[in-house]
Design a protein around this ligand. Structure first.
Ligand SMILES: C[S@@+](CC[C@H](N)C(=O)[O-])C[C@H]1O[C@@H](n2cnc3c(N)ncnc32)[C@H](O)[C@@H]1O
Ligand code: SF4
Length: 350
């Protein structure tokens, strides 16, 4: 079998901007959608890719653009049989008809941006959906036979109590998701959230919420396999695992990142510039960098440390890290307390 090779496709449109979000997405450029999707198709076709083993269509909000047009972008990719093909969804956009279009196009996984199931937390995060939208989205996934899905959750929104977070976790588990990603709300520079310090999450509260998530998800048969990800065994996200194993992938669309054999590059940031570059037959790359072998090695260890299998025993100086790591002679792995301090432990990689 050939090496895994991933494709990321970025959809840079949202109906409204969440004030914690720093992703490259726009709410006032919907008129560009048609030209953007045409540019994606043309860019993919001219790239003459080899076999693709995973695809992730993310955003922004992929469910905002026309489903048949998105399907025609997917059709341009040389996807191998059995590949994982994921589309990121906002719960309030999706219908069984849209998912039927996706399923016919080969989409076999959706990732639903739930964030919370508690009304006042959703309101404080500025989200436009409610818990009923989430249940309807999951029912729609099942009704068209898309075989697996993820629920994205965020903890640490303003006013969220530990009991609220438990309500979200329990409500999510009632939907029987094969995969859950739970992210601590991150204060991203330049966002409205960054300017509003009263809403910044507290580290101790985030730690309590992480532990509650790990308790409930693990007890429900979804062990943790990467710091922020839990899955029923066999439902781990292959595309993300490819990133974390430093595999090769190419990103299409504005602001998309790529990595091939130690070289990283990223595309122009705005949809206008991306469309213009493709239409002119020019490269879409904005800039890139080559990682030397040592930088590649350390980065590989940093990513591996965040995963269940950890790093080779000699790669981490464990002195003083009691309680944060566990070693079995061959591998060193983070404990749950260690996962909360993964970045600090990473500083001891060698
Ligand atoms: C960029 S969004 C794209 C998907 C979709 N538009 C949505 O919001 O659900 C992907 C995921 O990133 C996470 N995310 C975005 N900004 C974040 C932040 N500041 N802190 C933590 N998670 C964040 C959310 O969980 C979200 O589901
Ligand atoms: S979090 Fe999702 S919906 Fe909100 S602005 Fe970012 S990409 Fe758009």
């Amino acid at each position: 079998m050939s090496e895994p090779f991933g494709v990321y496709v970025h959809i840079p449109f949202c109906s409204q901007r969440c004030d914690y979000c720093a992703f490259a997405t726009w709410t006032d450029r919907h008129h560009l959608q048609g030209a953007y999707l045409r540019a994606l198709r043309a860019d993919i076709e001219r790239s003459a890719l080899g076999p693709v083993s995973s695809v992730f269509i993310g955003g922004g909000t992929p469910t905002l653009v026309d489903g048949a047009e998105l399907a025609s972008v997917l059709a341009a990719l040389p996807v191998v049989p059995g590949a994982e093909v994921t589309v990121e969804c906002n719960p309030d956009d999706v219908t069984p008809a849209l998912f039927q279009t996706y399923a016919e196009a080969g989409v076999n996984r959706v990732s639903i941006g739930v964030q919370s199931l508690v009304p006042h937390v959703l309101a404080s995060l500025g989200r436009t959906h409610d818990a009923a939208n989430v249940a309807a989205a999951v029912a729609a996934v099942r009704s068209v036979g898309i075989p697996t899905f993820n629920l994205d959750l965020i903890y640490g929104g303003a006013g969220e109590t530990l009991a609220d977070w438990r309500t979200t976790l329990e409500g999510a588990l009632e939907l029987d998701p094969p995969h859950v990603s739970a992210y601590a709300l991150t204060v991203e520079a330049g966002t409205p959230l960054a300017a509003d310090t009263a809403r910044h999450p507290d580290d101790d509260d985030l730690a309590d919420k992480y532990e509650l998530a790990d308790d409930l998800l693990s007890a429900a048969g979804r062990p943790n396999y990467e710091v922020s990800n839990w899955a029923v065994p066999g439902h781990e996200c292959r595309h993300n695992v490819l990133y974390w194993q430093q595999g090769d992938y190419v990103g299409f669309g504005s602001a998309a990142h790529s990595h091939r054999r130690g070289r990283r590059w990223w595309n122009v940031r705005t949809p206008e510039r991306y469309i213009a570059a493709v239409e002119a037959g020019q490269p879409t790359e904005a800039a890139g960098e080559d990682l030397d072998l040592d930088a590649q090695r350390i980065e590989g260890l940093q990513l591996a440390l965040r995963m269940r299998d950890g790093v080779p025993a000699g790669a981490l100086d464990t002195e003083g890290l009691e309680g944060l790591v566990i070693a079995d002679g061959e591998r060193v792995r983070l404990t749950r307390s260690g996962r909360l301090l993964a970045n600090e432990v990473s500083l001891r990689l060698r």
